[in-house]
Write a protein that binds this ligand. Structure first.
Ligand code: UDP
Length: 476
């Protein structure tokens, strides 16, 4: 759009797949509309991003990468630990967040030098608001989650309803939301309940405190998915927000040959051919995102549960953690030959989900995955573990009614809170076969259609994106 060619917008994505993947989609979307886009990143993340951007393959402007150093050594992290998935222990996790707070001088230098018209920085960089303000640059927050979870979190932080129940497993209602949503104390994120001040807790608090001073919020969602919560976020919480999702619809990975997130661990062509040989809606896709850390005994239960359902499946397992085979039942791979595909490492998730043979999704409810599932029109088995995933589960099961909970009860205890093969089998069967499954599938498919309409000319996300560009343009 020639109207926007004078706009210069900088992105500063958080260094974790679930945050950087949608940020890159956003950067590509902005560039395709003529905006000058730069992404600020670190040496180790730069090549990954470069491959995801693949400047030659998408329409519009080239995207520039600006590299800043990451102080791994200063906080005692091993060299090259510049992405959250490489922080393997709770201590490393905390150090990683501490390191990100030290990036301020470099960002200050970049903003002073380049003076972009807007800085879109991740919610985990709260300090960017004031640095940008020094140069009169509006800082827009990218949350990477939905209106529903932001609304639920705000209510829980303000009202602390979990203090009023007598046990960890007694349900409480999240106050003042448009629907009656119940949660248990055990499902509330640990960082909202802990007494000790960890680096992450300090950062999380800072990210919430700064919000009232941020210019606005870009949300990876579409209005029709959660209208009551989009309204709640804007009108009750008073946030200026633009919804521009589903961002995965802009990634065009198939056409422009760019990778999404990481190099895939399977021949994409073979994987799609395998899916081509299956019946529509007959294959289950099982993935827990880029960070979840399941124990071997939990993987064993998943294997047994999947086998018991008799359904065809694609199951993604994190290779760097589970490279040994002891988590598979005896003779499993032989028995499932032709029926099940295990991807060890990184899967081409969106390509798989969008294939017509996929009929259900077992998901940890990371927002990107959940929204990709919605966009593909899939009923889901919800299996949240950490971050804001327990809220996302409620949106899927209780509000949208397109999923069944596997029954995870404890935040941050993946694998320790063992989900049995029987529970897995039961939940999978409920989303794959029978009348209940058909009801969920038809609701999910309707949402998938609305998702595509939202980003088309005149759709709700299309219009909000234009409104966002016009807003920033009016300031220059
Ligand atoms: N993803 C992928 N291949 C994989 C695992 C994940 O492409 O093997 C992508 C997935 O499509 C999603 C993102 O990585 O876009 C994961 O983000 P999400 O919010 O679902 O979960 P997180 O990894 O942050 O827990």
């Amino acid at each position: 759009d020639s109207k926007y060619t004078q706009l210069r917008i900088f992105f500063f994505p958080f260094m974790a797949q679930g945050h950087s993947i949608p940020a890159i989609d956003m950067a590509k979307l902005f560039a395709s509309r003529g905006v000058n886009v730069s992404i600020i990143t670190t040496p180790l993340n730069a090549p990954r991003l470069a491959k995801s951007i693949n400047n030659s393959g998408h329409p519009g402007r080239e995207i520039e990468l600006l590299i800043i150093n990451f102080p791994s050594a200063t906080v005692g992290l091993p060299d090259g630990c510049e992405s959250l998935d490489l922080a393997r222990s709770p201590d490393m996790f905390q150090s990683f967040f501490r390191a990100t707070t030290m990036l301020e001088p470099e960002i200050d230098r970049i903003l002073e030098q380049h003076r972009p018209h807007c800085l879109v920085a991740d919610t985990f960089f709260p300090w960017t608001t004031d640095v940008a303000a020094k140069y009169g640059i509006p800082r827009v927050v990218f949350h990477g989650t939905c209106f529903f979870s932001l609304s639920a979190a705000a209510s829980i932080i303000a009202n602390r309803p979990f203090d009023k129940v007598s046990s960890d497993l007694e349900p409480f209602v999240i106050p003042n939301l448009p629907h009656e949503i119940k949660l248990t104390r055990s499902q509330v994120p640990g960082f909202l309940k802990e007494e000790v001040e960890t680096d992450f807790i300090k950062l999380y608090r800072a990210s919430k405190e700064v919000e009232s001073r941020c210019y606005g919020f870009l949300i990876n969602s579409f209005y029709e998915l959660e209208p009551a919560y989009a309204d709640y976020y804007r009108n009750v919480m008073g946030r200026r927000a633009w919804h521009i999702g589903p961002l995965s619809l802009y990634s065009n990975v198939k056409e422009d040959k760019a990778q999404r997130g990481d190099s895939v661990s399977i021949d994409e062509h073979d994987c799609l051919k395998w899916l081509d040989s299956k019946n529509p809606n007959s294959v289950l896709y099982v993935s827990f995102g880029s960070l979840a850390n399941l124990t071997n005994s939990q993987l064993l239960e998943i294997a047994k549960g999947l086998e018991a359902t008799g359904q065809d499946f694609i199951w993604v397992v994190r290779k760097e953690i589970h490279d040994q085979e002891e988590w598979l039942p005896e003779g499993f791979e032989k028995r499932i030959e032709g029926k099940g595909l295990i991807i060890r490492g990184w899967a081409p998730q969106v390509l798989i989900l969008d294939h017509r043979s996929i009929g259900g999704f077992v998901t940890h409810c990371g927002w990107n995955s959940a929204l990709e599932g919605v966009t593909a029109g899939l009923p889901m088995v919800t299996w949240p573990n950490s971050a804001e995933q327990f809220y996302n589960e409620k949106l899927i099961t209780d509000v949208l009614k397109i999923g069944v909970s596997v029954g995870a009860m404890h935040w941050g205890r993946a694998g320790k809170d063992l989900i049995t093969s029987e529970a897995i089998e039961k939940a999978v069967n409920r989303v794959m076969v029978g009348e209940e499954a058909e009801g969920m599938r038809s609701r999910a498919e309707a949402l998938g259609i609305q998702a595509r309409e939202a980003i088309e000319d005149g759709g709700s996300s299309f219009s909000d994106l234009k409104a966002f560009f016009d807003d920033i343009r009016s300031r220059i």
